[in-house]
Design a protein around this ligand. Structure first.
Ligand SMILES: NC(=O)c1ccc[n+]([C@@H]2O[C@H](COP(=O)([O-])OP(=O)(O)OC[C@H]3O[C@@H](n4cnc5c(N)ncnc54)[C@H](O)[C@@H]3O)[C@@H](O)[C@H]2O)c1
Length: 309
């Protein structure tokens, strides 16, 4: 695996910047190339000696074709990631997540790249299904973001059967950890509110359940899927249900009395999924995915990073 040349699209973002550090720690760094259009991240915050870099856009096929040449694998993380923005502007979401992914797959096919790993989503593909969600369930996306990720998975599957490309769609749950300053997800948002000494708003009574996975566990899962040459669709999460109320209690313990915060309750938002978490058995079986960082370990690490900023 250490001899591979790996292209990471969206490598300057939250998951990408953690993945690059994780890969560097495992000795994979000298073969990494990052492509990012810098809308949601910057290479200046990354350890510059561990990867080659180009600023560019996955929507540009010529750029993708050039970047894919000579690669052994592509980890496609670049994407439009905001659910509410996708509802306001489904076309932009489509262009980045569907057109961009099609370009990645065509470039991989034409350059003979054997393996493409794609970042999909667990939560946005399912509505009110009985948790835990798993790979056998029929996705029913509730937002254009979810629909674009499902289309992405469809193209990945089609390129595998039509052109023999190995493709792996990894459905992430709610990822948290360092380098999440720009993320709108619960942990990052709540920590930012606490640092700004602003109250945290909870919609409903805090009983809604989510699956929070620490970013290092997720990155290990991505690298394990790569090493095992896994193909198909896999859910990557913690496998543990955590209510927002429990999360906030843990956060209160982590930040201590110096950063005591107020929680305000607002009416439930229409369409909000009450209970979702993921089964991880398929990934565990296929490439020994075994997330080990529980909230009581991951939250203090994340808080320390936010405090340092
Ligand atoms: N973070 C999560 O909780 C989560 C959950 C489910 C799925 N995902 C998926 O994982 C992937 C990575 O997520 P993230 O949290 O790191 O997001 P992020 O927004 O932090 O990172 C995405 C990166 O892609 C870049 N990018 C955006 N559009 C681009 C384009 N057209 N061309 C090139 N680069 C572009 C951005 O500049 C950014 O650096 C995304 O595809 C996202 O949909 C993330």
């Amino acid at each position: 695996m250490t001899t591979q040349k790996i292209l990471i699209t969206g490598g300057c973002g939250f998951v990408g910047s953690n993945l690059i550090r994780r890969a560097a720690a495992l000795g994979l760094s000298s073969r990494l190339t990052v492509l990012d259009n810098e809308t949601m991240g910057s290479p200046t915050e990354l350890p510059s000696n561990v990867f080659a870099y180009e600023r560019g856009d996955v929507r540009d096929l010529a750029t993708m074709a050039r970047m894919a040449a000579g690669c052994d694998a592509i980890i496609h993380l670049a994407g439009h990631t905001r659910v509410l923005e996708s509802i306001a502007d489904p076309e932009s979401d489509f262009e980045i997540n569907v057109r961009g992914t099609l370009n990645v797959l065509m470039a991989a096919r034409d350059a003979g790249v054997p393996h493409v790993i794609l970042a999909s989503t667990g939560g946005a593909l399912f509505g009110a299904e009985t948790a835990p969600i798993h790979e056998e369930m029929v996705p029913q996306p509730l937002s254009p973001y979810g629909a674009s990720k499902l289309a992405m998975e469809g193209y990945a599957h089609a390129f595998a059967s039509s052109y023999g490309l190995r493709t792996t769609s990894l459905r992430f749950t709610n990822v948290y950890g360092p380098y999440s300053r720009l993320k709108g997800s619960a942990v990052a948002h709540f920590f930012r509110q606490i640092l700004a000494r602003q109250p945290i708003t909870v919609y409903g009574d805090g009983s809604q359940v989510r699956d929070f996975v620490y970013v290092d566990d997720l990155c290990d899962g991505i690298l394990q899927a790569l090493a095992a040459s896994a193909s198909g669709v896999y859910h990557l999460g913690s496998g543990n249900p955590t209510s927002i109320a429990t999360l906030l209690k843990s956060m209160r313990d982590v930040v201590g009395p110096e950063w005591a915060f107020e929680v305000r309750y607002a009416p439930w938002r229409t369409g909000e999924v009450v209970r979702t978490y993921t089964a991880i058995d398929k990934a565990a079986k296929a490439f020994a995915y075994q997330p080990g960082v529980t909230l009581d370990i991951g939250l203090p690490r994340t808080w320390r990073w936010f405090l340092d900023q």
